[in-house]
Design a protein around this ligand. Structure first.
Ligand code: T5A
Length: 205
């Protein structure tokens, strides 16, 4: 792969969208070719799956269906968007990837992590991000920010303890894969968050 795969992770409302815009501006200023994309989503069909996952119109989505839908969307996204961009030498800036499945469906819902890793291996073999930026903040803070921003979706409607487990899961992943993860305190001013992100981008480019 000639390109670089950068993922941005964190629980609800930690500032992923805000900081992805910052990353895109930074790379544009440095004349890097890139695509900006997100999970679940990133292709027409994967965006339809996103709609099902985030707004199920009251229909119960069993946890197993949720897990498999995230991976189905990921498979579409990888084959049709991420891999072609990486092969073409572009930076891929992606809002969430498989770490989110481990944090949300593994630590949050309680699925066996080994089982999730097996599906991940099946769906994307050895494809891993080159850099994963984990924006970390207490679940309470992130939920307050997300609620202030507007209506909440199905995945934002859990008890606070769910997002605390998700945060814990992300921190465990960051420790386990410390070769590609950087953890940034998202509970500080946006200016400081972006200074920290910039340091890591400088290293990467
Ligand atoms: N999911 C996803 C799974 O369960 N499994 C999976 O495998 C995958 C891929 C996707 C949902 O699906 C789940 C996780 C999610 O629940 P999403 O599109 O990723 O959803 O959306 P959210 O995580 O819900 O992202 P949000 O858009 O809610 O939050 P962001 O993008 O993290 O936050 P952002 O940038 O919109 O900021 C929120 C507010 O905070 C302010 C911003 O201005 C904004 O108003 N803010 C700050 N305020 C003060 N200080 C700072 N440092 C700030 N940074 C941002």
């Amino acid at each position: 792969m000639k390109g670089k795969f950068i993922t941005i992770e964190g629980s609800e409302g930690v500032g992923k969208t805000t900081n992805i815009n910052f990353i895109v501006d930074y790379l544009t200023k440095h004349n890097r070719r890139m695509i900006e994309t997100r999970e679940p989503g990133g292709t027409a069909a994967a965006e339809e799956i996103r709609n099902i996952l985030l707004n199920s119109n009251g229909e119960l989505i069993p946890d197993i269906a949720e897990l498999l839908l995230f991976f189905a969307a990921r498979s579409l996204h990888l084959e049709n968007v991420i891999l072609p961009a990486l092969v073409a030498g572009k930076f891929v800036i992606c809002d969430r990837f498989t770490d989110a499945t481990i944090a949300y469906q593994g630590y949050g819902r309680g699925f066996d992590i080994e089982r999730i890793n097996n599906i991940a291996q099946w769906v994307h073999a050895d494809i891993q991000p080159d850099l994963t930026i984990l924006l970390d903040a207490p679940a309470e803070i992130g939920m307050q920010r997300a609620k202030k921003r507007g209506a909440i979706d199905r995945m934002e409607s859990e008890e606070i303890s769910f997002y605390e487990r998700v945060r814990e899961g992300y921190l465990q992943l960051a420790e386990q894969y410390n070769d590609r993860f950087v953890v940034i305190d998202a509970n500080q001013s946006l200016d400081l968050v972006q200074k920290a992100i910039m340091t890591h981008l400088e290293d990467l480019i």
